[in-house]
Design a protein around this ligand. Structure first.
Ligand code: 8YV
Length: 309
């Protein structure tokens, strides 16, 4: 059996399937010496969207040929280092688009309508004293989208059903799309009631949502992030929420997962979820299938199904 290294968390069913087909080594159960002893025989590494695969790690595996990512985002993988070494990288695009867009809309609604705070209000007996505070309207509001890839477009399609006014910022305009392009992110924020972060992670987008952008979004504005915590300057976000520079935030991703700053918790203008946008049974099955298909294709010498661009 070929040696395959599981470098990070994967669903149990995928792990079991990999174990059936290959000699599955689990990094979490290996010492550096264990790894060094088999490093020359490992051709495939399987990782996920949250884990980090550094140049150093790639260089420590001289036989490595494929890094298969369980996730669409591959910002954790040093793709340049992989390319330098002739190591292919695959990911799982497409199959999770709907789920991520669904949760994005869920966070948008939950944040603007304060659904979580409203539930706590009932549970803590508040309704016995008064009605719940009024909230903010979503239908017809202005939605700014940072990142108009597959997921951004899926969110825009859903937002159209809410008659939202949609504009977006991306490195370049997509002339085929019916939405307004805004070349400057701060301008987009200033023109938005809700700013939706859908840009991929990585060096190119690190900290794009900074203090000036949050200030432009303004005291009535709300930020939703379903992509990567790294795209948002989290300290600036906390500061903006605490000072009232920003009205609220709905966050599925954080700068240092699974750590969520205490100041982002227990706030009735912040809705937080634990990086779960793609975590439905249906989608996790499809993501697992794609990972497996790529690994099988690689061992069979066939073209990879979903290599990263
Ligand atoms: C997963 C993700 O939670 O697809 C991505 O980029 O971040 C998520 O779908 C992750 O890859 C699973 O660890």
């Amino acid at each position: 059996k070929q040696k395959v290294l599981k470098q990070a968390y994967l669903p149990d069913a995928l792990t079991a399937e990999l174990r059936d087909r290959y000699e599955l080594l689990e990094l979490a159960q290996m010492s550096p010496a264990d790894l060094a002893a088999v490093a020359g025989e490992i051709t495939v590494v399987i990782t996920n969207g949250e884990a980090v695969v550094t140049r150093e790690f790639i260089d420590a595996l001289p036989a490595l040929k494929l890094i298969a990512v369980f996730g669409v985002g591959y910002d954790g993988v040093d793709v340049a280092a992989a390319r330098d070494r002739g190591v292919a990288v695959t990911h799982t695009p497409g199959v999770l688009t709907d789920d991520v867009a669904d949760l994005a809309i869920g966070l948008l609604l939950a944040t603007s309508r304060r659904i979580v705070a409203a539930q706590k209000f009932i549970e803590q007996g508040g309704w016995q004293q008064s009605g719940f505070q009024w909230t903010r309207k979503v239908s017809g509001a202005r939605l700014g989208i940072l990142g108009m890839g597959r997921i951004g477009q899926a969110i825009a399609r859903r937002a159209q059903a809410f008659d939202m006014e949609i504009a977006y910022n991306d490195p370049k305009a997509h002339s085929q799309l019916p939405y307004r392009y805004v070349a400057d992110l701060t301008d987009l924020a200033a023109q938005s009631d809700f700013l939706m972060v859908c840009a991929p992670g990585g060096a190119g987008t690190k900290g794009l949502i900074n203090q000036p952008v949050l200030e432009a979004l303004g005291p009535q504005g709300m930020l939703i992030n379903i992509s990567r915590g790294s795209v948002v300057d989290e300290a600036a976000l906390v500061q903006a929420l605490e000072s009232g520079t920003l009205a609220g935030a709905g966050l599925d991703v954080f700068a240092d997962e699974p750590h969520v700053p205490a100041v982002l918790q227990q706030r009735d203008n912040v809705v937080i979820t634990p990086h779960m946008a793609s975590a439905t049974w249906e989608t996790r099955r499809e993501m697992s299938r794609l990972v497996l298909e790529n690994v099988i294709a690689w061992f069979a010498g066939e073209p990879l199904v979903t290599p990263v661009p």
